[in-house]
Design a protein around this ligand. Structure first.
Ligand code: PEP
Length: 253
């Protein structure tokens, strides 16, 4: 059976209290496929997590956009996995390319964070993806395999992991990967998981695509056999996020 379609909305560092309430109202009023068909997780900035958690419909979930690599303590400015769990936040996004590049988060550091978050009971959206330079030099697969390997070496259980393939050149640029490009990498990633972790993990782990997904391109991408959903940035702040959630029905055809 195909894994359940997953749609994540990464709100990044955007929003005021009023804007956040407006987005939540749009989501709460939306008619979307049932929870059996699609899992929806939105990720507001830390400061809005309790507000969104309190207002959001119960069939949608909430994710943090990061968490610290170890237990809390003397780490000024950080938020621990334990704090997120204390607020009943079930998911966290880790390894987003904006953090990998701007804050120099290495593959090992991201993998350590994934390991710690999972060990505390969080579910993880783990992001991987190549830069334009890496794609043009033909190293896409070796880059994403290396990022995935770092995680695979540190974790045993994959049930609570969603792997988000997000080509860096497609994030926030309006340059979406073609359905064929996305399918090619997703299928290679699934093969990598099969060969290096195991057939069960390969068959059940959701591999979602991120990078300029919008209401106009989501259906064609969702129809690709190895695309199990999306991580959406810019469009997750707009009403078209609802259309992206509805693209889950492409898998029912
Ligand atoms: C993201 O931030 O994960 C993302 C995919 O952004 P966008 O959809 O804006 O490209």
């Amino acid at each position: 059976m195909a894994p359940k379609f997953f749609v994540g909305g990464n709100w990044k560092c955007n929003g005021t209290t009023e804007e956040v309430k407006k987005i939540v109202t749009t989501l709460n009023e939306a008619e979307v496929p049932s929870e059996d068909i699609v899992e929806v997780v939105v990720s507001p900035p830390f400061v809005f997590l309790p507000l969104v958690k309190g207002l959001l419909r119960s069939d949608f979930q909430v994710a943090a956009q990061n968490c610290w690599v170890r237990r809390g303590g003397a780490f000024t400015g950080e938020i621990s996995a334990e704090m997120l769990l204390n607020l009943s936040i079930p998911w966290v996004i880790l390894g987003h390319s904006e953090r990998r590049s701007l804050l120099a988060e290495s593959n090992d550091f991201v993998a350590d964070k994934v390991e710690h978050a999972l060990s505390q009971g969080l579910k993880v959206i783990a992001c991987i993806g190549e830069t334009l330079e890496q794609r043009e030099s033909g190293s896409t697969m070796s880059v994403v395999a290396c990022q995935t390997k770092a995680i695979a070496e540190k974790i045993e259980h994959w049930e609570n992991v969603v792997l988000a393939y997000e080509p860096v050149w497609a994030i926030g640029t309006g340059k979406v990967a073609t359905p064929a490009q996305a399918q090619e990498v997703h299928s290679e990633l699934r093969k990598w998981l099969r060969d290096n972790v195991g057939p069960e993990v390969a068959a059940t782990t959701r591999i979602i695509y991120g990078g300029s997904v919008n209401g106009a391109n989501c259906n064609e991408l969702a129809a690709q056999p190895d695309v199990d959903g999306f991580l959406v940035g810019g469009a997750s702040l707009k009403p078209e996020f609802v259309d992206i959630i509805k693209s889950a029905t492409e898998k029912q055809r």
